[in-house]
Ligand binder design. Structure first.
Ligand SMILES: NC(=O)c1ccc[n+]([C@@H]2O[C@H](COP(=O)([O-])OP(=O)(O)OC[C@H]3O[C@@H](n4cnc5c(N)ncnc54)[C@H](O)[C@@H]3O)[C@@H](O)[C@H]2O)c1
Length: 432
C-alpha cells in the first residue's frame, strides 16, 4: 500500500546512550534491555535488580554491571536516596509497579513502566500526578502502539481513506495453551494478586481502540466469566499435578507435560539456561519452585474469566465491540473498522482496505511496507520500537517522542477498571 509514512528502523536518534537500571530481570526486563546489546549508542544498562539471584546475575553479567549495582530487591536501588542512572525500567509483577515507580519518581528518574500501570485507579493516578509534579517522563509499555502493523492501520483509519470511522469490532485470541499457562496456572491466575484480565491482558486492546478512534470513550458495558477451568470440570481421577500419572494425560489438551515437554511452549518461566531437553523440562515441572505450572487446570486457585466481552461508546457515538477469548487455536488480534466510505479488515499481520466508491481493495503487510528489522522484536516489532522511542524521549527530554506516556495511558486504564466494575455489577459504566 503506497502513500503511508515509511516505518523507521530501530536505530536511535541520539548522540549519547542513556543509562538505565532494570528492576525485574524476568521475561520483559530481558526483552527491553536487549535494545542495549543491539544499540549500545542508545542505551547502557548500569544496574540490575531482582529477588532471584540467577536472573539478576544473568543480566548483570550480560551487561557487565558492577557488583555494587546488582540489587536483591527494588527497594535497595533507592536506599542511597541518590539517582544512579537516567532512567529505570520497571518490569516487576503487576502488584509491584506502584512502590518502585513512586520511589523512582521521588528521586527524579524517568521510567519505562510495564503495563498495567498499577492494580487500582488511585495508584495509577498517584503515579501520573507525581510524574507531572516532578516533570519526569513515564513511558507505559503499550507496545502495540509501536508495532508497524497497528501504526499503519491507525494511519489508514485516521486518513479519511475509509471516510468517518463509525464502528469497530476487535477480538483478542489468547490461545488455549497460553490461557492455561498464564491465566490458570501462572503469574496472572488470581486477579486479586495481580490485576483483572481485562487489564492484565487486554489493556493493550482497550488502548488500541482508543488510539485508532482518536476520541475519548464515554461508556462501557462488559460481561464474561470463568466457564471451564474450575474443579467441577475435573475429569474423574485427575490428580492435582499432571506429573502424577494422570489417567487423562493422552486426551487432555491442557496436559502440562505435553504443553511444556512435547510442544516446548512458554518455557521462559523455567530458567532452563538453554537446555530444552524434555527430561530437563520434566524435572523443572516436578521442582517445587516451578511445579505450579504442572497443576491440573481444573484444580488451580484461579479466578480470571476465560471469555470476556465489552461494548464501548466513544465520542460522536462511535461504537466498538471487544471480545477476549481463551478457546482459540492461535494467539493474536483481529480488527475490523467500519467507515462511511470503506472498510478495514486485519489479522494482526496483514490488513485489507476496501474502497466503496471504486470497489477496489488494497493490502498492507510487512512485505509491501518494506519494514526493516521486524522479525526479531516481539509484539509485531513493537517491543524494541517502544524502547527506541523511550531512549530518544529521555535523551532529548522530549516526552512527545512517546505515543504512550502516562497521561494518555491513563484513559485506557480507566476503561479497563470501568469494564471490570460493569462485568461484576451488570451495569453500564460511564467513563469520566
Ligand atoms: N507489555 C507487554 O506486552 C507485557 C507482556 C507480558 C508481561 N507484561 C507485564 O510485565 C511485567 C513483568 O512480567 P514478566 O512476564 O516479565 O514477569 P517475570 O515473572 O518474568 O519477571 C518479573 C521479575 O520481577 C522480579 N521481582 C519480583 N519481586 C521483585 C522485587 N521485590 N524486586 C526486584 N525484582 C522483583 C521477579 O523475580 C521476576 O524475575 C508484569 O507487570 C506483566 O503484566 C507486559
Amino acid at each position: 500500500m503506497t502513500g503511508l509514512k515509511p516505518i523507521r528502523d530501530l536505530a536511535p536518534d541520539t548522540d549519547h546512550p542513556i543509562t538505565v537500571i532494570v528492576i525485574g530481570c524476568g521475561s520483559r526486563g530481558y526483552v527491553y534491555t536487549s535494545y542495549a546489546k543491539k544499540f549500545p549508542q542508545g542505551m547502557k544498562v548500569v544496574g540490575v535488580a531482582d529477588v532471584q539471584e540467577w536472573r539478576r546475575n544473568y543480566l548483570g553479567n550480560k551487561y557487565q554491571v558492577p557488583e555494587e549495582m546488582r540489587f536483591a530487591d527494588f527497594r535497595d536501588v533507592f536506599a542511597s536516596k541518590k539517582k544512579l542512572a537516567d532512567a529505570v525500567v520497571i518490569a516487576t509483577p503487576d502488584n509491584l509497579h506502584y512502590a518502585p515507580a513512586m520511589m523512582a519518581l521521588n528521586l527524579g528518574y524517568d521510567i519505562l513502566l510495564e503495563k498495567p500501570v498499577a492494580p487500582t485507579e488511585k495508584e495509577c493516578k498517584d503515579i501520573r500526578d507525581l510524574a507531572m509534579k516532578k516533570g519526569c517522563i513515564v513511558g507505559v509499555c503499550h507496545v502495540l502502539r509501536y508495532a508497524p502493523y497497528f501504526i499503519a492501520l491507525r494511519e489508514v483509519a485516521q486518513s479519511g481513506m475509509i471516510g468517518d470511522i463509525v464502528s469497530i469490532q476487535h477480538m483478542e485470541s489468547i490461545q488455549y495453551a497460553h490461557m492455561a499457562h498464564s491465566y490458570v496456572r501462572g503469574n496472572w491466575h488470581r486477579s486479586k494478586d495481580t490485576t483483572p484480565i481485562i487489564l492484565a491482558k487486554s489493556c493493550h486492546d482497550l488502548d488500541i481502540l482508543r488510539w485508532i478512534i482518536n476520541k475519548p470513550c464515554k461508556s462501557i458495558v462488559a460481561d464474561g466469566d470463568l466457564y471451564y477451568f474450575k474443579k467441577e470440570n475435573a475429569p474423574e481421577g485427575a490428580p492435582a499435578y499432571c506429573t502424577d500419572g494422570c489417567p487423562h494425560a493422552d486426551t487432555c489438551p491442557y496436559n502440562a507435560v505435553s504443553i511444556y515437554c512435547k510442544w516446548k511452549e512458554h518455557l521462559g518461566v523455567f530458567d532452563l539456561r538453554g537446555d530444552k531437553n524434555p527430561d530437563h523440562i520434566l524435572a523443572k515441572l516436578k521442582d517445587p519452585h516451578y511445579n505450579r505450572f504442572a497443576r491440573c487446570v481444573f484444580r488451580c486457585d484461579n479466578d480470571q474469566p476465560d471469555h470476556y466481552v465489552a461494548d464501548m461508546v466513544f465520542e460522536d457515538n462511535i461504537t466498538a465491540s471487544f471480545s477476549m477469548d481463551a478457546f482459540t487455536c492461535r494467539g493474536g488480534r483481529r480488527t475490523r473498522v467500519m467507515g462511511t466510505r470503506g472498510y478495514i479488515d486485519g489479522d494482526g499481520k496483514e490488513f485489507h482496505v476496501w474502497d466503496f466508491l471504486t470497489r477496489t481493495e488494497r493490502i498492507w503487510n510487512q512485505k509491501v511496507a518494506e519494514i526493516p528489522e521486524y522479525a526479531d522484536s516481539g509484539h509485531g516489532g513493537g517491543d524494541l520500537r517502544l524502547v527506541r522511542d523511550f531512549v530518544e524521549a529521555v535523551a532529548h527530554q522530549d516526552p512527545s517522542r512517546l505515543s504512550s506516556d502516562i497521561d494518555v495511558s491513563m484513559e485506557s486504564h480507566m476503561m479497563g477498571f470501568a469494564a471490570e466494575r460493569s462485568r461484576r455489577t451488570g451495569k453500564k459504566e460511564k467513563i469520566k
